[in-house]
Structure formats: structure tokens, C-alpha cells
Design a protein around this ligand. Sequence first.
Ligand code: NCN
Ligand code: DMD
Length: 372
Amino acid sequence: MSTLTETLVAVRPADPAATRAALDRQDRLTKPRGALGQLEAVSVRLAGLAGTCPPPMPEPAAVAVFAADHGVHAQGVSPWPQEVTGQMVANFLAGGAAINAFARRSGAAVVVVDAGVATSLDGLVPDGAVAEDATQVDADAPKLLARKVRPGTGDLSTGPAMTRDEAVAALELGIEVANGLVDAGYRCLITGDMGIANTTASAALIAAFTGASADVVTGRGTGIDDETLNRKVAVVQRALDLHSAVVQEGDGVEIVAALGGLEHAAIAGFVLGAAARRVPVILDGVIAGSAALVAQALAPAAVDACVAGHRSAEPGHAVALAALGLTPMVDLELRLGEGTGAALALPLVQAAVAALGEMATFDSAGVADKGE
Ligand SMILES: O=C(O)c1ccc[n+]([C@@H]2O[C@H](COP(=O)([O-])O)[C@@H](O)[C@H]2O)c1
Ligand SMILES: Cc1cc2nc[nH]c2cc1C
């Protein structure tokens, strides 16, 4: 059996007994029922995933930043040059990006995965930063996994972004990274991404999976003017028209091959890998949301392992989250990517588990429950 098939078979829904036990315990904790809002829902989700109540604390955590480039950049959909993707990879490895600052705050390790950066990283990688595999990732310094599936995708508005085999290779890369991190002892995985023009591919994927129209799911990405936004919507619409047969009849692999990016496929695999190992995965913004739709199409129960870290300002993200049935933990109007919104949610997810595991019940604390 292939790694992808094996992983899909291993993805199972939340455990109903542990879910029920967590719901029941939440109602006996010393607080008005429901008063911890979404933290209660997250704790119940993690109990169902772990199959025990309370679930284990989701720590230590690791952020995997999947980096790749996009042929659709040639359509003028982003104000930034493509070289920025590789340059930001160097910045992540040097510890100078926002995700590094946030990961240091919350004690999370950072691994950068070159799934398909178009430019060479030669001379940009600090000494000692290259890891052989994800089991070598630690919180001391960011590591690079050099796993380029191909140097950037094809232009999704004029042809398929990649072949089916390349999409499978990127999905299996994400699975490999998730498995390596879990083998290394990480018990919370966090998605990150870097790829100039990847909000165009994200919009196309979200429209394909949800049926929402191009103008509803396409946004300003890194910050584009009205003229560029109109062009970007037209590019997404053209891609949906060109690949309409795949959108109507294709499976998740074919749809991500036609319209996605290498980081989208890899993040989908990362989500599937986490779900198969029953380790929670905190999703970042619109790129992760669109990749989770790919994972959901391949194994619907994979969503049971996901927590939506935040809601991005990119309009397609809310559409993706609704289709996934996920409520974002915070909305800080972020639109950065890298895993930043998900890393900020990590202490909240941990607090949710701490409340379920550590709070007294009305009985144990001798606090009177409200009358029926
Ligand atoms: O995470 C998000 O929701 C998000 C929203 C807007 C932009 N980004 C980041 O910005 C880059 C893509 O933006 P763009 O305009 O080049 O498509 C890419 O590196 C993403 O990580 C990320
Ligand atoms: C500078 C920069 C940093 C980023 N981080 C994630 N996407 C990005 C896009 C740009 C342009």
C-alpha cells in the first residue's frame, strides 16, 4: 500500500465515548455551563481525538512552514517578486521572521520544508540548518528539510499546476513531516506556509471545493490595488473554467494537482498525517484552510484532528472554515501566513486542555450547582 493510501485508511473519526465524557465533565466543572465558550469545544475535540478524557496536553509543539512557488505569479496577481519566497526561507532559518518570534514565545520548534521553491537556496541556508528528516527538529534553532518536489508549479490558469504524481509526492511529503515530528515526540502540530502568489491558488481551491464564486473567495493577499484584484478574480475564474471537468468529477488529488500549490498538497498531507497519528493540528490562515479542504475531500474525518487557529482577513478563509465546520479561535485581522495565527492560538488550545483536566468539579470543590 502507498504511504498516502495507508494514511487515509488510518484516519478515523473522533472517539464517541471520550467525546461524551469530555462534554459531561465540562458540565460538572466549577463554572456556569458553556462559560468557557470555544475553549470547551476545543477541549472536547481533543478528547475525542485522543480517545481519553482529559486529553494529553498538546505539547511540545512544532510549526512546519511549507514553502513553494507558483506559476500563476506570471499573471501579475501579487505585487511581490517570486524571489521573496526563497529569501523568506533564509529569514525563517536565521530566526528573523514573525513566526520565529511567536514560536520562541510559545516554545514551539520551527521546521521549514522546501516543497517547491523556484529559486535555488544555495548560499542562503545557515550552517547546520539542514536536517536529514523531521526527527532532527528541535526548539534550539530552525531546521530546513530540502524536499523540492519541483521548482514551482505551472500556471494554474493556463494548464494544470502539477501532475497527479507530483501532487501525491507533495501529499506524501507532508505525511512524512507529520510522522517525523510525532516520532520526535511532538504532540501538537502547527501549519505554516510561504509562497508568493499562493493566495490565488488558495482562492481557486476554495471555490472548487465549496462552489463559492471567484469574486467571493478572492482577496487582496499581501496587499493589492483594485486593478490587480480585478485581474486576480478573472485569473481564478479562468482557472475554474479551464479545469471545470476536474472540479466536477475529480478527487482531492486531481483538484489540488490542477489548481493548488506544492505547499497546499504538502499541508493537506501534514493534516492527514497528524489525523492518522491522532495528534492535533492547529491550522493557520487561508492557505491552510484551503489545504484542509483537500484533506477533507480525501478523508473527511481528518477534520476531527484540526483546530482553526485564527480567521485570516483573506475573504476565502471564512468560506473554507464554514465548509470545514470549524470555528476560529481568534480573529486579529492577520494576513501574514507562516503559521503566525496558529502559533498565537497554541496557548489558548493548551489552556482549553488545562481547564478540562485541572478544574475542580462542583462535587469535588463543594460548590453548589445551580438548581434545575
Ligand atoms: O495566511 C493567510 O491567510 C495569508 C493571507 C495573505 C497573504 N499570506 C501570505 O502572503 C503570501 C501570498 O500572498 P500573495 O499576495 O502573494 O498571494 C504567502 O507567503 C502567504 O503566506 C497569507
Ligand atoms: C515580506 C513577506 C513575508 C511573508 N511571510 C509570509 N508571506 C510573506 C510575504 C511577504 C512579501
